[in-house]
Design a protein around this ligand. Structure first.
Ligand code: KG4
Ligand code: ZN
Length: 349
């Protein structure tokens, strides 16, 4: 059989997502026959953030119907599936367990292999979805920016990774979300804040650019959130700052740090491509500024995920698992467990 059909499940946080990918052994490409993302935003808006137990409870009634819908849309039956892929971590343990245990039950009942996928690897490779993977893309530099992580990763090839730097405290997405909360914006804060930022002046307030001049590739965003908090509590400023100016200035500070570190790392490691991934890649200012600065300073190609692969989705899990499946990195259901702290490590020599 020149084709392999993967059913991929993602439930690491607050999206219940299922994708069915058809991998072609000759072309080495995978195309999605269906891709469903069920978002829990309405549930978490009530509590102004994710309550892990509520997220897990919300995955439960949705996971089987989402699998069924993915099968119907792809016009496939469960018996057509060759392998089950699932996000094993990192993420919220209770949320992960719903996807992992559903995947294990399916793999057991169908007597099919299972591929435990790393959520971070999904984001890291998401910009490659639908594209022809060329050897000359490597070494590449990956910038993963999500609600839980901010990482710069040297991608020597698919499966060979070296973490160059990461956040020492809050992730970039977390900083967007916490500042949005301070400004009274609804959950999820990141997209709301970036929408408001469009009406403000990005240079109205000179917020710090944490660690921008440090020689390493680590990040720190917790202080930035505190700077906004102090600014909004200071009675001298509260009447003269508009919320839009705070949002725009905060967004500019985060983008400046991410872009500066990414361009320095890309120069140092002479990469051929820069891969952006994670929910914060939905931020227009980040995408545009990175594109501009990479063009100005480097010869590297800049790859951005298509919109459906930016925030959490099972499509990127199908893709990451397809690379593993081709190299025989599959296992059986009894060897898989959810791991909330699963690290991004190499699985290829
Ligand atoms: O990758 P993701 O969906 O989930 C995690 O793995 O964490 O990322 C979610 C994060 C949230 O912090 C969210 O606020 C942020 O991505 N985000 C944005 C935008 N869209 C999503 N941050 C800034 N601007 C956006 N447009
Ligand atoms: Zn994510």
């Amino acid at each position: 059989m020149s084709k392999k059909i993967i059913l991929a499940i993602e439930s690491s946080a607050d999206e219940t997502s299922v994708a069915i990918g058809i991998g072609n052994k000759q072309t080495k490409k995978i195309t999605l026959a269906s891709h469903i993302v069920y978002s829990q935003i309405q549930i978490h808006r009530k509590t102004d953030g994710i309550v892990p137990e509520l997220a897990a409870r919300a995955h439960l009634p949705k996971i089987i119907p989402t699998i069924k819908l993915a099968l119907t849309q792809s016009k496939l039956e469960l018996s057509d599936i060759d392998a089950i892929a699932v996000t094993a971590g990192p993420g919220l343990i209770t949320s992960l367990m719903v996807g992992v245990d559903t995947a294990k039950a399916l793999a057991f009942a169908l007597n099919k292999p299972i591929i435990p996928a790393n959520h971070l690897e999904g984001h890291l490779l998401s910009s490659l979805a639908g594209k022809n993977l060329q050897k000359r893309a490597f070494p590449a530099l990956g910038l993963i920016v999500s609600g839980g992580h901010t990482l710069l990763v040297l991608v020597k090839s698919i499966g060979r990774y070296q973490i160059l730097g990461q956040t020492l405290d809050d992730a970039a997405g977390e900083c967007f979300d916490k500042v949005a909360k301070i400004l009274g914006l609804p959950y999820p804060g990141g997209p709301e804040l970036s929408r408001l930022a469009k009406q403000g002046n990005p240079y109205a307030i000179d917020f710090p650019r944490p660690m921008i001049n440090k020689k390493n590739f680590n990040f720190s965003f917790a202080g930035l959130k505190t700077a906004v908090l102090y600014r909004t509590q200071d009675s001298k400023f509260i009447f003269q700052d508009s919320k839009a100016d705070i949002a725009a200035s905060l967004e500019q500070a985060i983008v400046d740090v991410l872009v500066s570190k990414t361009v320095s790392a890309a120069k140092k490691y002479r990469v051929r491509a820069v891969l952006l991934g994670g929910g914060v890649s939905a931020n227009e200012k980040l995408r545009h500024t990175l594109k501009k600065e990479i063009k100005k300073n480097l010869t590297a190609e800049f790859l951005v995920p298509d919109s459906r692969y930016r925030t959490d989705n099972a499509g990127m899990i199908a893709l990451a698992s397809w690379y593993r499946l081709q190299q025989g990195f599959i296992t059986t259901f009894d060897k898989v467990a959810a791991n909330p702290n699963l690290p991004l490590i190499s699985w290829q020599n």
